[in-house]
Design a protein around this ligand. Structure first.
Ligand SMILES: C[S@@+](CC[C@H](N)C(=O)[O-])C[C@H]1O[C@@H](n2cnc3c(N)ncnc32)[C@H](O)[C@@H]1O
Length: 120
């Protein structure tokens, strides 16, 4: 879509939109991505974003502590478990370097930042 502004809004389910961006040849053309949609889809978003964000770019994942629930062993709902599982996978993921930013606003938990490593 041609645009003369800095913002190009695309509406749709995130996975479908990201896949269509890849199919449209936009791979490796973004410097930054911010993820804050359906928590249980984070692994899929992340894999697709590794194709869209250039090596050296930054992917920020919001809500990785899910309002503290991720760190509370008494909380085991599906959404919390999926974020825990995603976090564990990222720790093991050699393609990226991770860093947690001690930033919070209005009671939100910190955000994790991922830099692409040289191999994707
Ligand atoms: C927590 S809000 C994001 C707020 C946003 N970061 C902001 O600061 O305005 C989550 C948003 O993700 C959207 N969302 C949820 N599931 C989605 C999906 N599968 N695909 C695309 N968007 C989705 C919701 O409609 C909602 O607007």
């Amino acid at each position: 879509m041609a645009s003369n502004t800095m913002v190009d809004v695309r509406q749709g389910l995130a996975v479908d939109t990201l896949k269509s961006m890849i199919e449209n040849g936009e791979g490796c053309s973004y410097d930054f991505a911010f993820v804050d949609a359906e928590k249980r889809m984070y692994p899929e978003y992340f894999e697709l974003l590794l194709k869209l964000v250039r090596v050296g770019g930054v992917i920020v994942i919001d809500n990785v502590l899910w309002h503290g629930k991720v760190a509370d062993p008494m909380v085991n709902d599906k959404k919390t478990e999926s974020i825990r599982s995603f976090n564990r996978a990222l720790i093991e993921d050699k393609r990226v370097t991770i860093s947690m930013v001690p930033w919070s606003n209005i009671g939100q938990e910190p955000v994790l930042v991922y830099w692409n490593a040289l191999e994707t």
